[in-house]
Design a protein around this ligand. Structure first.
Ligand code: SF4
Ligand code: SF4
Length: 542
């Protein structure tokens, strides 16, 4: 048995009631195949995918329907077999409430797979081939915002990373999808971790799990023993929100701090979610792209809280119906947990790759915060901030729309954990101010980038026109020079010709005994070199 890794404490944070047992008391279930699935082309960070199919096409389960556009992107696959009935804008689960392009698939109920093949001998593949398999399987980070997983499996300039961390902390109240995954599919998680280690050439691997998940901890430890993986260790972390934040977990497990505006790889660490590891195992060893995920249906207004494995694209309404809908209590429907989730306007939205929890939240579960006073400068927000930011200062500057100042206070280091809003006695919706400011700055940056690109294009066009003008002038000059040079050549040719004629005349004169031009006084020479050698002789004679 290897020595357990030491634990470090991250700053701030909150002890929150977990409410996990609401949804873990029932076993993991499987949601039914719905009659229609809606697959947004963007379910990940980066560029939306490009459709490869047309309306009317028959498709099979696992078939790629849209290919990645550029490096930071991910493909979309058919979650079941059926027919494409539309490619159009549909409502998607996003705080903006806006529509986005989607592929609509009518299922045939047969769930027929396309041809697919796994690579059980993953160790024979080199890391770049592995990353390509993972990219083509459409795998994105399943615990966060959906960053394409293959990118985070590239150590970049490094030849290897020190530590691969699997995040099984799942610290936000109510959410238990990772807990159930680790309890019921622990070996898939470990097999995925092995593949990730190989891709990253990671020296060792730590799996961080909060101490409120004893069944998951036991299951993962048993799988490690069964699969004989001594270089992968479970580290139990205290349940304190947000222990599952990437930076907080890295700090807790390694004592290292990710630099401001930096990435974990900067300190030799890569962090992935446990569910991402399990889907990487299925993609590489079984050849299955990412077609489903585990979703927690919970909250004190849920009739039958449970975890279900749901096909990507299944309407939320169908998922909720399968769990008996609500129990009649007044509630709001949130996507995600009470700290970081957002309210959904309606239920006709699809489950996407990043949808971890449907929370039918009573007012007590997730208070709909409305400010009751202005900031009273109590400083409690700063005490709980896990990043050691000054939320109160951020609030004042974002409220005043002084975004430069907000950035001076490291706005972009804020992980939007909501600890500050949760503790604020004035009930200020602080995170909403930060999100608004970030969105505004991104939009400004984008506009500036577009303006810069337009200016660069214009300047390049002017440069090109000037260059073409100069090249044309140079060509003309060269041509003129060539013509002039041609004239010189004519002169030279004539001179040579004249010399040859003179030599000939000299020879003739020597034979006949007559004087030649060179032997006469200079004044008697022909006036022009082009004159015939015979002429001077005539002139001399006359
Ligand atoms: S907790 Fe709220 S009231 Fe107190 S300083 Fe922070 S923002 Fe102001
Ligand atoms: S939301 Fe941002 S500012 Fe507030 S506590 Fe979390 S990291 Fe700190």
């Amino acid at each position: 048995m290897s020595t357990p890794a030491p634990l470090w404490r991250f700053p701030g944070g909150l002890m929150l009631p977990g409410h996990k047992d609401l949804s873990t008391s029932r076993p993991l279930g499987r949601a039914a195949i719905p009659p229609q699935l809606v697959l947004p082309l963007q379910q990940h960070i980066g560029a939306p995918a490009n459709p490869l199919v047309q309306v009317g096409d028959r498709v099979f389960k696992g078939q790629m329907l849209a290919s990645p556009e550029g490096f930071v992107s991910a493909p979309i696959h058919a979650s079941t077999s059926g027919t494409i009935i539309a490619i159009e804008d549909r409502p998607v689960p996003h705080p903006s409430g806006l529509n986005a392009p989607c592929i609509v698939l009518e299922s045939d109920g047969q769930d027929l797979w396309c041809e697919h093949q796994g690579h059980p001998d993953y160790a024979s593949l080199d890391p770049s081939a592995l990353r390509n398999l993972i990219r083509d399987a459409g795998i994105v980070g399943l615990g966060g915002a959906g960053f394409p997983a293959f990118i985070k499996l590239n150590p970049g300039a490094r030849t290897s990373v020190e530590t691969l961390i699997l995040n099984g902390a799942e610290c936000e109240p109510f959410i238990s999808c990772d807990d159930m995954l680790m309890r019921e599919r622990a070996e898939e998680v470990i097999l995925g971790a092995r593949i990730m280690r190989h891709a990253l050439r990671a020296k060792h691997c730590l799996i961080g799990i909060e101490d409120n998940k004893p069944e998951a901890i036991a299951a993962i430890r048993a799988a490690l023993q069964h699969l004989n993986q001594p270089e992968i260790q479970v580290v139990v972390v205290p349940s304190r929100y947000p222990a599952g934040g990437e930076k907080q977990l890295i700090k807790a497990l390694t004592g290292k701090e990710v630099p401001s505006q930096g990435l974990p790889i900067d300190i030799g660490v890569v962090c992935h979610n446990v569910a991402t590891a399990a889907s990487i195992f299925r993609a590489v060893e079984l050849g299955e792209p990412l077609l489903s995920r585990i979703v927690t249906i919970t909250g004190h207004a849920a009739a039958q809280p449970q975890n279900l494995e749901v096909l990507i694209g299944t309407p939320i309404r169908d998922v909720l119906d399968q769990c008996g809908g609500d129990n009649g209590q007044p509630h709001r429907l949130l996507l995600g947990g009470p700290m970081m989730g957002f309210a959904l306007q309606h239920r006709d939205l699809p489950i996407t790759k990043t949808a971890n929890c449907l929370l039918l939240a009573t007012e007590a579960d997730a208070p709909d915060r409305q400010a009751i006073s202005e900031c009273i400068r109590c400083g409690q927000c700063a005490e709980v901030c896990p990043i050691r930011l000054l939320p109160q200062q951020l609030y004042w500057h974002t409220k005043a729309k002084d975004f430069d100042k907000a950035q001076d206070y490291d706005l972009f280091d804020c992980i939007e954990c909501g600890c500050c809003s949760h503790i604020c006695p004035a009930q200020l919706p602080l995170v909403q101010f930060y999100r608004f400011a970030k969105t505004h700055i991104w939009a400004q940056d984008r506009e500036k980038r577009l303006a810069d690109q337009a200016r660069e294009r214009h300047e390049f066009r002017l440069f090109r026109q000037q260059r073409e003008k100069e090249e044309k002038a140079a060509r003309h000059k060269a041509k003129a020079k060539a013509v002039a040079k041609g004239g010189d050549d004519e002169t030279k040719k004539a001179a040579i010709q004249a010399a040859m004629e003179r030599a000939k005349a000299k020879k003739v004169a020597q034979q006949t005994g007559e004087p030649v031009a060179e032997q006469l006084p200079t004044a008697q020479h022909a006036p022009s070199s082009t004159a015939s050698p015979a002429e001077p002789e005539k002139e001399t004679k006359s």
